[in-house]
Design a protein around this ligand. Structure first.
Ligand code: TRP
Ligand code: ZN
Length: 464
């Protein structure tokens, strides 16, 4: 029996305060972990004091009532002695939190769910937190005006998370720097399907409902986690070297999508030639109706496409993100060009190989075009959170890669882009890591002008 259980509540509360202010029984004396990881664009995203290693999410959702009943079991390692730590969660009703099996206290302020475990956690300790929660998940509006989080669709729902929307459907450390493996089990009314990242390991019917268990064995950033609930035509085929290709298509779009879907294996094959081994244990696509999301997103293993944007270049782009973004993940949202510049460059390369324009021609056209938007800010320094998905990040990001190619030639260039994907595979990396990597690969070349003018400099550089 705990000591405080015999005391009246007010005294117990005082004692609890005293216990956290001085050393606890176990000897560990921690401090709070902090509400964010100081991302320059999303300061409250992620949390300090621990690293998540695994999420086990059990979601039960009914589209007709839009009600979610859920449990998240979060396994994490403390990176400091902790008296309290935060999880990111937007909306929803928290019913119960336990840490290491013991009831924890918690409170909420904005997107921060602050958990105070019964016992302080020691630095290096692996601990398990269980959050039971429910309600109608929210659709969030990003600084750039797009919608993410939990989106309602004609026959179900779509969970999307770039940049911060995953906190609308599960609590966690919602920042790309904290990747983890996932088990996502989604239970829906029988007749509906639930598709997620990774591979389907189990499907069970119980009492008029079906549970789909998806396992993601390679580290995943929360912003590329997804669930898609509704009616889908699901197809399983294999791609290069037996890679499972799992696709889910809204039945009303099946016919129109068939041609693009069939291209997935050959695009993966072409990307492996250019970028190196595919980083995950399965691939595929989720194709929804045009209005459901309104944009494509590189959700891990299985990008989401609105049917009207399901074309070859978007497919090349989202699949390229599996290497650049999903496997090599930006350390902060400032490093976003490492995603979008590379994925855009993949489109240029595809056009060079199969279309009628070289990447250099695409570069020159952009340079000579009068479109001022491309020069609005440097790719490695977006002007604000509202602009992280603007054309300087995409087009000018790709132009940085073309500048590197100009300087080093094709052989070294391919060594660089493949080596970069290999060096930071399943991890995170920053712009500074990238420039250092390029310099290491071509020690006889001077890149300082490219970094200064193309990566960090304002306005259109004087020379193409
Ligand atoms: N990452 C997506 C792509 O280019 C685009 C995107 C969707 C996005 N939602 C976003 C970019 C939110 C930044 C922020 O494939
Ligand atoms: Zn992209």
């Amino acid at each position: 029996m705990s000591r405080s259980a015999r005391l009246v509540p007010a005294v117990a509360a005082l004692l609890a305060l005293a216990l956290t202010a001085t050393a606890c029984d176990g000897g560990v004396r921690g401090t709070p972990g902090g509400s964010g990881v100081r991302d320059p664009y999303f300061p409250k995203a992620g949390n300090g004091g621990y690293d998540v290693t695994h999420y086990a999410l059990t979601l039960d959702y009914t589209p007709a009532t839009r009600h979610l009943t859920a449990k998240a079991v979060i396994t994490a390692r403390a990176t400091q002695d902790l008296s309290a730590f935060d999880l990111d969660l937007a909306g929803l009703h928290v019913e119960k939190v336990t840490v290491e099996g013991r009831q924890a206290r918690w409170n909420r302020a904005g997107q921060e769910l602050t958990v105070r475990p019964h016992d302080d956690l020691g630095k290096g300790e692996t601990f398990s937190t269980t959050v039971r929660y429910s309600g109608t998940p929210r659709t969030l509006t990003d600084p750039d005006g797009s919608e993410e989080g939990w989106l309602r669709t004609a026959d179900g729902a779509l969970g999307l998370g770039e940049p911060v929307g995953s906190m609308a459907w599960f609590p966690g450390s919602n920042h790309p720097s904290d990747k983890a493996t996932y088990d996502i089990t989604v239970t829906v009314p029988k007749g509906l399907q639930a598709v997620s990242n990774g591979e389907l390991t189990e499907q069970t019917d119980k009492g008029g409902r079906t549970a789909y268990h998806w396992h993601t064995g390679q580290p995943m950033a929360s912003y590329v986690a997804t669930v898609a609930i509704g009616h889908y035509d699901i197809t399983r085929t294999t791609g290069p070297h037996g890679l499972p290709v799992i696709t889910a298509v809204d039945p009303t779009r099946a016919k129109a999508s068939a041609k693009a879907l069939a291209k997935i294996p050959e695009i993966i094959d072409w990307e492996e030639t250019n970028f190196g081994p595919y980083p995950f244990s399965s691939t595929g696509a989720i194709v929804d109706r045009p209005g459901d999301a309104g944009y494509a997103l590189e959700t891990q293993n299985r990008p989401v496409f609105p049917a009207d944007q399901f074309d070859t270049s978007t497919l090349v782009h989202e699949l390229a993100h599996q290497w650049y973004g999903d496997s090599v993940t930006p350390r902060s949202w400032r490093d976003m060009w490492l995603n979008e510049g590379f994925a855009t460059y993949a489109e240029w390369l595809y056009e060079e190989d199969f279309g009628d324009k070289s990447a250099q021609e695409t570069f020159t056209e952009l340079y000579e075009d009068d479109d001022e938007a491309v020069w609005a800010f440097p790719p490695a320094k977006p002007s604000s959170a509202a602009h992280i998905s603007d054309s300087p990040v995409y087009q000018r990001g790709a132009m940085v890669l073309q500048k590197i190619r100009q300087k080093v030639g094709d052989d070294t260039f391919y060594e660089i882009i493949q080596g970069w994907a290999a060096a930071h595979r399943h991890s995170t990396a920053s712009t500074a890591d990238f420039t250092a990597y390029v310099e290491k690969k071509a020690p006889d070349k001077d890149f300082s002008g490219i970094w200064k003018d193309w990566l960090y400099g304002d306005g259109r550089p004087d020379h193409p």
